[in-house]
Design a protein around this ligand. Structure first.
Ligand code: ZN
Length: 291
């Protein structure tokens, strides 16, 4: 991922090649092409929007749609760590006109919520209705309307015939105060005539080259590069806290299961086993807290 600002200070842009991260998500969730494409677009969007945050902060996007995928949830840090899940990774829709039907799978109705954990007591939260379900356009709408920064977002995922991710990535261009109609028109024309992000990535273009195309005609100042990777923050300790939060009644119910229970992390599908003895210890801790 690379960030840049035009030397005139009127345009800001960030581009990301996320092929490896999206392929890691696909493997973990064993998702169909349309679920992979939706999850990959959302993941790429979270990296792009999260690029402005500081170390230790996190950006999350939740999309609740009327389509069969139901929910997408992705999380990214400015240090380049991302994770996410789709509620129904097995949903499959036929390709129409050579295009994966992300808009249909997400659905045209619903909400898109951006959460920013800035280390304050409450996270920042912005919600907009879904406009197309294509995710890129929805994020552009969110940035333009909710954050009031006119923005263009292009996101794409190319799925190979063997279902693996051949290319994934995208870019975000934002207009800053002071840009004239003519300057904005020039950038819009650049974006309109550019190949799709997946086409560029399949041609071997890197994030920096994508930015040079999007802001062609402007001198750019590059603000830094960030390697991206899939990483889940789950741990046995975190899941123990989740169990404690469920309450003594729930934990007692689980103890009735022979041999304990398995808890699977939604983000990475890793399974943690809690034996009866482990649950008993958690119950003691939970009741100790309640007393
Ligand atoms: Zn996990």
């Amino acid at each position: 991922m690379v960030r840049a600002i035009s030397a005139c200070g009127r345009f800001r842009a960030v581009a990301a090649v996320t092929t490896g991260v999206v392929e890691a998500l696909r493997r973990r969730h064993n998702s169909t092409p349309v679920a992979t494409a939706a999850l990959g677009r959302a993941m790429t969007g979270a990296f792009l929007l999260g690029s402005e945050l500081k170390g230790g902060q996190r950006l999350m996007i939740q999309i609740l749609g009327s389509g069969p995928l139901r929910e997408l949830f992705v999380e990214a840090t400015p240090d380049g760590e991302g994770r996410g899940y789709v509620r129904h990774p097995q949903v499959d829709l036929p390709v129409e006109g050579g295009k994966i039907q992300v808009g249909k799978a997400v659905g045209g109705n619903g909400s898109l919520t951006v959460l920013k954990d800035l280390g304050l007591k409450e996270p920042y939260r912005g919600v907009v209705p879904i406009t197309s379900g294509e995710i890129g356009k929805d994020l552009a709408y969110y940035l333009t309307v909710s954050e009031q920064v006119p923005s263009a977002v292009a996101l794409g995922v190319y799925v190979e015939p063997d279902l693996s991710v051949g290319a994934a990535g995208g870019y975000l261009v934002q207009t800053l105060p002071g840009a004239t109609e003519e300057e904005i028109g020039m950038v819009e024309a650049n974006i309109r005539t550019m190949p799709l992000p997946t086409e560029l990535i399949r041609m071997g273009r890197e994030a920096r080259e994508i930015l040079l195309l999007a802001l062609q005609g402007y001198e750019l100042r590059f603000l830094g590069e960030q390697a991206l990777r899939f990483r889940c923050r789950c741990s046995r300790h975190r899941l123990t806290s989740v169990l404690i939060a469920l309450g003594a009644g729930e934990i007692e119910g689980m103890m009735l299961e022979r041999g304990g229970i398995d808890v699977t992390c939604e983000f990475c599908r890793r399974t943690y086993h809690f034996s009866r003895e482990a649950l008993q210890a958690i119950l003691r801790k939970a009741s100790g807290r309640g007393a």
